[in-house]
Design a protein around this ligand. Sequence first.
Ligand SMILES: O=C(O)CCC(=O)C(=O)O
Ligand SMILES: [Fe+2]
Length: 310
Amino acid sequence: MTTLPQISLAKLSSDATRREEQQRLCTACEEYGFFYLIEHGIPKEQITQAIDASRRFFALPLATKERYGHAFQNVHPTTARGYSPLHGEMLHPEAGPDPKEMFDLGIENESDRRPFAGRTRLPDDALAPGFARSLLALQATVLNGVVPPLGNALADLLDMEKGWFQRHFSPPTVLQRVIRYPSTGGAAAKHTDNGFFTLLLQEELPTRSLQVWFHGRWIPAPSLPDSLVVNLGDMLQVLSDNRFKSTPHQVVHSGPAERISLPFFIYPDIDARLASRQGNHTFGVAEMMLRNYESIWEKGNGAGRARELQ
Ligand SMILES: O=C(O)CCC(=O)C(=O)O
Ligand SMILES: [Fe+2]
């Protein structure tokens, strides 16, 4: 059975092992567009706490959760933040709206009024104990400890000039999501992610709910202890002049327990305008992100390259 490659963040970060691990990362990006990240340094309790607090939030009455819905958010676009109920999002038009519920947040900076930035209306600690706190603590760990070394390693593989990652990701644009797939059956239809890369923390369940498109068939990407999943997004595909793939994936969850997953969608600075190494492709980050949101939430055309996937 095909299994995804495993890349060690510790090895990528150490002078003695960097070269060899970079080579393995290159193969993972060219052949799979998906890999497990091991030795990533995120404390297990931080992940467990965020999952437990998320489970408690989703257990609240629907009317309570809906007070944090898109209509009550004042980030542009409003669909980038807050609660979205079951069947709220449609990742692929053929499949129809996804049976999953979710909550989106980002880098919580009140004074940043640019698209996809600003402050999320989040439930307080009395209503959802630990929810905002644990998710933001996890965000800080991910943004400080994982995104810079992995982003720099990817920039090296793209053969970008020195300092490229630092220049275009200070700060990154971050869409942090919490998803609940019900025990009675949940799904996220086939799509690609639109950003630079996605880090996915998933609950340790024996199910094979997440599936990755590889050589014409779906292969499972079950949770492996102490690892997270990384997948490449459309922007990275463009920046690599199509050498790296934003790999299609989907979730088919058939229980018996509910499943919580915690993706972090990492994009460049919202004001960045980027060009691939050979200069064949250029795009504006805000424009590409807004177009993707319009496709999902206004036009009903799905996420990322969904329309290319039949
Ligand atoms: O929940 C998962 O495992 C993946 C979700 C996903 O692919 C997405 O939200 O883009
Ligand atoms: Fe995805």
